[in-house]
Design a protein around this ligand. Structure first.
Ligand code: ATP
Length: 356
């Protein structure tokens, strides 16, 4: 089912939690709502579920306005961070619950319920746990029960609020794979809230990046990572190096240092170039003004990657470079050496970009 969110605004007292949000979600998409704490992610999810009203705007499911439709009638499934499974029910009973409480006319038979629950438990690899109680499960297993339970009622939309937030990194990773697999199997339009950029990049078809009750960017993981529309998105989606300067004749200049900037930008007295650590090149000799001298302050090798921290000789600012370990070794450089740093890819923002 496709979801259309049209010009939605929501305030709590004088605080505006959502400011004119519009998004078109295609049927079967897996969407991550990504943003820092307080950016309005949960509020938007609750509005989609019908648990929260809105002040302005509309929510449409497949083109039909459901803004005033009750949560029960919306056919949405939920999974929350601390999902309250029924403690006095077994795993089987928890998953079966939504089917058993259906009105008699649409309620499946006992055998049908049994088959469905067993299939789902197999899918989440908990077929041997059906008689356990929630207290006898790990956090990751509980979330898998919660997922199976949400899917049992064949929701048209699946909403997940930080579903793996409370779990340790390894289990989170495993569950992410699960979510992807389940999504592939069911093709149910799914929206999950996260403040973990890696989780969003890893799992989602598209990411909605939120900040301050507004949408900063919507795009595929590749689009938002490689082509961030705003400084906020750039910063939120990974480490950055910042080069401040003035923009003149297609170059970003700062003292002696100048580097080609995108030609379509007009001149500005203030501009900021953003560069990801893997787009920093390190050279041993100064070739031209496109490099800046810096001292290596720290080298950290993790697996195939060398992470190098440097301090600029001219401004004292710190930079971070990331290069393949082999390349680092071939350069034959070490802590305290002075090297020359060249940004290979630069995204330039002007002051207006900071006030979106
Ligand atoms: P987190 O990642 O911390 O869960 P979030 O992005 O999900 O954050 P929301 O829970 O949507 O953010 O909250 C957005 C803002 O709205 C916050 O500043 C929050 O304090 C405020 N807010 C949310 N619900 C209410 C409420 N019922 N009454 C008053 N303020 C609220």
């Amino acid at each position: 089912m496709g979801i259309q969110i049209q010009n939605v605004s929501k305030s709590f007292g004088s605080f505006q939690a959502l400011k004119d949000i519009s998004v078109d979600i295609k049927s079967g998409e897996l969407i991550a709502l990504l943003g820092p704490s307080g950016s309005g992610k949960t509020t938007l999810l609750r509005i989609l579920a019908g648990l929260e009203g809105l002040d302005e705007g509309a929510i449409l499911f497949d083109g039909e306005n459901i803004t005033n439709v009750s949560p029960k009638e919306r056919k949405v499934g939920f999974v929350f961070q601390h999902y309250a499974l029924f403690r006095h029910m077994t795993v089987f009973e928890n998953v079966a619950y939504g089917l058993k409480v259906r009105p008699r006319k649409t309620r499946p038979s006992k055998q049908e319920i049994e088959k469905k629950v067993n299939d789902l438990l197999k899918l989440v690899k908990l077929e041997n746990f059906q008689d356990r109680y929630p207290s006898q499960l790990s956090g990751g297993q509980r979330q898998r029960v919660a997922l199976a339970r949400a899917l049992a009622v064949e929701p048209k939309v699946l909403l997940l609020d930080e579903p793996f937030g409370a779990l340790d990194a390894k289990v989170r990773k495993e569950l992410r794979r699960w979510l992807r697999q389940l999504h592939n199997e069911f093709h149910v339009t799914s929206i999950f809230v996260t403040h973990d950029q890696e989780e969003a990049l890893d799992v989602a078809d598209r990411i909605i990046v939120m900040n301050n009750g507004k949408i900063e960017q919507i795009g595929t993981p590749d689009e938002v990572y490689e082509n961030p529309r705003t400084p906020f998105v750039y910063d939120f989606l990974g480490n950055v190096n910042i080069f401040r300067g003035r923009l003149h004749n297609g170059k970003l200049q700062q003292g002696q240092f100048e580097i080609n900037a995108p030609h379509y930008l007009d001149s500005h007295d203030e501009a900021v170039g953003y560069v990801r650590p893997h787009d920093i090149q390190i050279e041993k000799e100064q070739v031209n003004h496109e490099t800046v001298a810096a001292k290596i302050t720290f080298v950290h090798i993790v697996g195939p990657t060398a992470r190098i921290e440097l301090q600029r000789e001219d401004t004292g600012e710190y930079l971070e470079a990331e290069l393949p370990k082999e390349q680092y070794k071939a350069l034959n450089i070490k802590k305290d050496d002075i090297v020359y740093v060249r940004p290979k890819q630069l995204k330039v923002f002007i002051p207006e970009d900071f006030s979106i």
